[in-house]
Design a protein around this ligand. Structure first.
Ligand code: FAQ
Length: 311
């Protein structure tokens, strides 16, 4: 029967069909999916903090309403992703515990500070822009629940990216100070956004296997290049510059040449030593602790309802 299960799994992958929770799958496939989906879920939840920092200080009621909606979407994305991880047999409380103990990671990008209002625009344009480039191919990932969750997530990320672009567009056409603030935000967020795609292919330990399993459809460097090619033209429309003197169209390659981000810095941030890692984790821990009474009350209520139904 084990050989049958293996043959079925291989046939589904080869035929570009979906593996579903009921299907047998190699233990390593399950493990890598739980790792990636949990990291993705944690990123959405921790990713609420940098922009959440500006909700009370948004410059107008309209900007505040948009920002609130965006941050709430991120919470929603985290919840679908935790639900997708649960279909693989992961326990949600255990995933939360692994985030808090540092055994599971979240995206490096959310360890950078949001020091001005323009950072909210830069996150929307660059960070959500990078997230879309990474996540659109995940809609075709071989694991059904993850692929389906990505469809809705990508639609919402597209709105997030547009609002970021539009916000920077307004600042770029505002006062000299506003324009400078927008440029400064892009200068600080550009390289960390490039680093979101992960280490270069030569150093990426999971890419080859994940591509064989059709979890990843493109390598880290392929996606990074796609993001650069797309973003250069948008920067021209914005009328702001990307902080890279080596950005240049390469006719032969059919792509822009660009300067790589600092991968030593990426590794340091992933290890927990970025500018805001401690603050992000402390806020998360505080939110869990101060919200425990709510989850306990909800669980007690649910248990009471169950007993009533049985009676
Ligand atoms: N940060 O062998 P690889 C969002 C880790 S978007 C932290 O290349 P893989 C939307 C990697 O996990 C952000 N860790 O690994 C939003 C592995 O760890 P290990 C979330 C990183 O998995 C916008 C090790 O390094 N998106 O949240 C990073 O094949 C605005 C070796 O790397 C996703 O998670 C990094 N940048 O490729 C929300 C997308 N890069 O083995 C709020 C799904 C690598 O030590 C506001 N994930 N690592 O545990 C993926 O596509 C992949 O997991 C990659 C990494 C591409 C991130």
């Amino acid at each position: 029967p084990d050989a049958d299960a293996e043959a079925y799994f291989d046939a589904v992958i080869a035929a570009d069909q979906k593996i579903e929770p009921r299907d047998a799958m190699p233990e390593a496939y399950r493990k890598t999916l739980i790792r990636q989906i949990a990291q993705h879920a944690h990123s959405e939840i921790i990713g609420m903090q940098p922009e959440g920092n500006w909700i009370t200080r948004a410059p107008s009621l309209a900007r505040k309403a948009i920002l609130l909606a965006k941050v709430q979407d991120e919470a929603g994305h985290g919840l679908y992703l935790y639900a997708a991880a649960e279909t693989l047999g992961a326990d949600r409380e255990d995933l939360y515990a692994q985030l808090l103990s540092g055994r599971q990671k979240y995206s490096s990008i959310f360890n950078y500070p949001t020091v001005t209002w323009a950072d909210v625009g830069a996150i929307g344009w660059l960070v959500d822009g990078a997230a879309i480039v990474n996540q659109v191919p995940l809609c075709r990932c071989s694991y059904g629940p993850y692929a389906r969750a990505m469809i809705r997530v990508c639609k919402e990320e597209s709105f997030h990216q547009r609002q970021g672009f539009q916000s920077l567009y307004v600042l770029a056409r505002g006062t000299e100070k506003q324009r400078a603030m927008a440029q400064d935000a892009i200068d600080r967020w550009w390289y960390p956004s490039l680093a979101m795609f992960g280490p270069p292919d030569a150093d990426s330990k999971h890419t080859a296997q994940s591509m064989e399993w059709k979890i990843k459809r493109y390598s880290n460097d392929e996606l990074r290049q796609k993001f650069v090619d797309m973003t250069v033209q948008q920067a021209e429309v914005l009328g702001l510059t990307l902080p890279d003197e080596n950005l240049q169209w390469n006719e032969e390659r059919g792509h822009y040449d660009y300067t790589q981000p600092d991968y030593d810095e990426l590794m340091q941030v992933i290890k927990g030593d970025g500018p805001c890692n401690r603050q992000r984790m402390a806020n998360r821990r505080e939110a869990v602790e101060s919200g425990t009474w709510v989850s306990e009350a909800a669980a007690a209520y649910a248990a009471k309802q169950d007993t009533r139904q049985e009676a």
